[in-house]
Design a protein around this ligand. Structure first.
Ligand code: FAD
Length: 278
């Protein structure tokens, strides 16, 4: 296991007061884990711009080091500059820089920045080294990539534009992660690549998300989940076993940390991290 694993957790902006209360409860519970930072997603096309900023402040007031996600698709450089200046004024020191996906039906918006690498370059140009910039990585390939090699080439370019680290899309094959890291290292990029971890707690939700983002749920895992039907407790127990083993294999193999997709809950992440005795 890595000496000092970087453990972080991701949340999304709450839509109403009840959801906000749940987010605060979850964040307070997870604070027991001494997280290195927490991140807050951003709706592509700016759809959660104020929601993200408000949720970032909420978590900052709870004492977290917060990394807002920022996507560039469809945005102007002036919009992005305003957001960066606002975060800098609030003493935010990290950004997760993304291209983003347009909600379906919004067509193709050109914007001034087409790829996350353009955004990373712009952040460096506009804000210098103020922000620690994380980018996304896809061990099982980005769903729109023309080939694995092209995807690696584009990832390398994104790192060269000034990214400090990367967080991966979730996956359930440790081999896919290690192979991806090996290819990136061969291309001369040494930034930390933190595996994104999606706890398994709900079969239909997991399969729906995985279809959307191109993450592979192994056949044997899917089959077991189907067997459990509506037995939520059995799904959670099985999911915890599968994902604990994945996390342990990743850390044992040299992954520098773990980034948990919490879906604004705390229980699944707490259970996993406690089992890893971190
Ligand atoms: P890019 O790195 O720009 O890559 C997108 C695609 O373009 C890839 O197929 C790549 O190979 C290709 N490409 C890159 N550069 C070039 C080039 N120069 N020429 C041709 N092709 C190129 N989405 C949100 O909307 N909000 C979020 O908060 C959010 N958070 C995320 C957090 C993590 C950790 C991850 C893994 C994903 C997140 N996403 C989020 C989803 C992300 O926005 C989508 O996966 C999106 O489709 C790609 O974003 P990217 O930053 O990886 O894009």
């Amino acid at each position: 296991m890595s000496a000092k694993a970087i453990i972080s957790a991701e949340f999304f902006p709450p839509r109403d007061i009840a959801a906000q209360e749940k987010l605060v409860r979850s964040a307070k519970t997870l604070s027991e884990l001494n997280l290195s930072y927490v991140s807050m997603t951003f709706g592509a096309g700016g759809s959660t711009r104020s929601g993200t900023a408000d949720a970032v402040s909420l978590l900052q007031n709870l004492g977290f080091d917060v990394a807002p996600h920022l996507s560039c698709i469809g945005a102007s450089k002036a919009d992005i500059a305003e957001i960066l200046d606002d975060y800098k004024a609030k003493d935010i020191k990290r950004i997760v820089a993304l291209r983003g996906d347009l909600p379906s039906g919004m067509g193709v918006l050109e914007g001034e920045m087409r790829y996350a690498s353009d955004l990373v370059g712009f952040i460096r140009e506009h804000s210098g080294d103020w922000f620690q910039v994380e980018v996304a990585a896809y061990p099982e390939m980005h769903p729109q990539a023309t080939s694995f090699e092209d995807d690696i080439k584009h990832f390398v370019h994104k790192a060269q534009q000034g990214a400090d680290g990367a967080i991966t899309q979730y996956f359930y094959s440790a081999d896919a992660y290690f192979y991806f890291v090996e290819q990136v290292r061969k291309a001369g990029i040494e930034i930390p690549i933190i595996p994104g971890i999606m706890p398994i707690t709900n079969s239909s939700q997991l399969l729906r998300f995985s279809n959307m983002c191109g993450a592979e749920v192994p056949r044997w895992v899917r089959n077991r989940l189907m067997d459990f039907g509506d037995d939520r407790a059995a799904i959670r127990d099985f999911g915890a076993d599968v994902v604990t083993k994945l996390c342990q294999d990743l850390l044992d193999g040299g992954a520098p940390g773990l980034h948990f997709y919490t879906l604004n809950g705390a229980d699944a992440t707490m259970k996993l991290v406690n089992r890893l005795s971190l």
